[in-house]
Write a protein that binds this ligand. Sequence first.
Ligand SMILES: NC(=O)c1ccc[n+]([C@@H]2O[C@H](COP(=O)([O-])OP(=O)(O)OC[C@H]3O[C@@H](n4cnc5c(N)ncnc54)[C@H](O)[C@@H]3O)[C@@H](O)[C@H]2O)c1
Length: 392
Amino acid sequence: MDAMELDRRHFVAAGLSLGATALAVGGQPQLSTSQDASKRIRVGVIGCGSVSGSYLPHLAKCPYAEVVSLCDIRPERAARRAAEFKIGRHYPHIDQMLAGEPFDLLVNLTDMQEHEHLNREALASGKHVWSEKPIANSLAAGEELLALAKQKNVRLWGAPVVVTSPQFAFMAKTIASGALGRLAAAHADYGHTGPTWSSFFYEKGGGSMPDLAVYNLTTLTGLLGPARAVAAMVSIVTPQRSIDEKGEIAVAEEDNAMVLLDHGNGVISHTQSGFNYFNPHGHSGAHEERHTIAIVGNRGLMGLAGYDWEPRGVDLATEEHPQFRRHAPDAEGYVWQQGASLAAESLVTGKELLVTPEHALHVVEIITAARESQATGRRVELASTFKWPLVA
Ligand SMILES: NC(=O)c1ccc[n+]([C@@H]2O[C@H](COP(=O)([O-])OP(=O)(O)OC[C@H]3O[C@@H](n4cnc5c(N)ncnc54)[C@H](O)[C@@H]3O)[C@@H](O)[C@H]2O)c1
């Protein structure tokens, strides 16, 4: 038996013993007829490209999930992942997937522009949904999805999960304690030279904001509160790109973004993202050590070392301790690809997540408002909000 198999059996045993009692307490929506409370959530994964290579190993070790089917419009990709992860069924179209092997939770890992209609179809057929970002292409469409989920008594969640890291918790606690004094400003950035494996990143509805800034916007609104207004400039720096298997394409969505948010009470944040950023740590940005997020008040300053999706610790300097000191240096098991596993856990145990669809939709509205601000040259007021502050 290999190490992963051993892990899996250990986790499964833990999951089976937890499931029955916890579900009864949690009062979550019912699982499908093929499922009872003592079993794991049956999961279908749609989109078997790059990111599925990060999600599937995590789901394979999750005590609350069992991946039972896969789907990709490129059937060879679904077949390859099915063989790799020993998954019984795979399909070339969502309709066949929904009509095939029964499952409870759809994990949507397709192109950004495909999420909305696939999420809608899954919710309409009574599936819970965990979606990669974005959940939908606009706030209005996302609100309709949420209403559909409520009507069908199923759950809808979306990436990213940055608010579940111990570093986020430390920063939220530090702000709440007043250690930074009167909050004033924050900055966040994330960039690299852009994916080469798929063109959707550069097509309408793509861009660096929904792919990269989405992490920072989730963190900053999570820490500083829902934004009231957006002012932004976005641009296209590289009008043509070379994409694997496709060749040259015209870039139709921003690859360079500067977004200002008004969080109320005078607090202003700035997020920048782009697909033209030289990154000494390469595309993945792994092992980044510099502060990619900084938050300052009149009595303290805090910097997140590394990216919010892969944080390495929080450096804090205050009036009382002006030398930077490192806090929360341990990931404590947090990884950015844990979202679908957290969703399965929540469905089994009834434990609510800090990740909410309302927060994800607020970020969708920020991104569409940033595009509008660029197009009109104006500051754009926001309508959406979410339950805040975020405390575990
Ligand atoms: N690649 C990463 O490291 C990474 C990290 C975090 C988040 N994400 C997010 O994950 C999502 C997918 O990104 P990716 O890099 O894996 O892209 P990808 O192009 O490698 O994979 C997407 C897959 O979805 C399939 N697909 C597209 N439309 C479909 C449909 N209607 N039905 C079934 N399958 C369909 C494609 O054939 C492709 O195999 C995006 O939202 C991206 O922002 C990616």
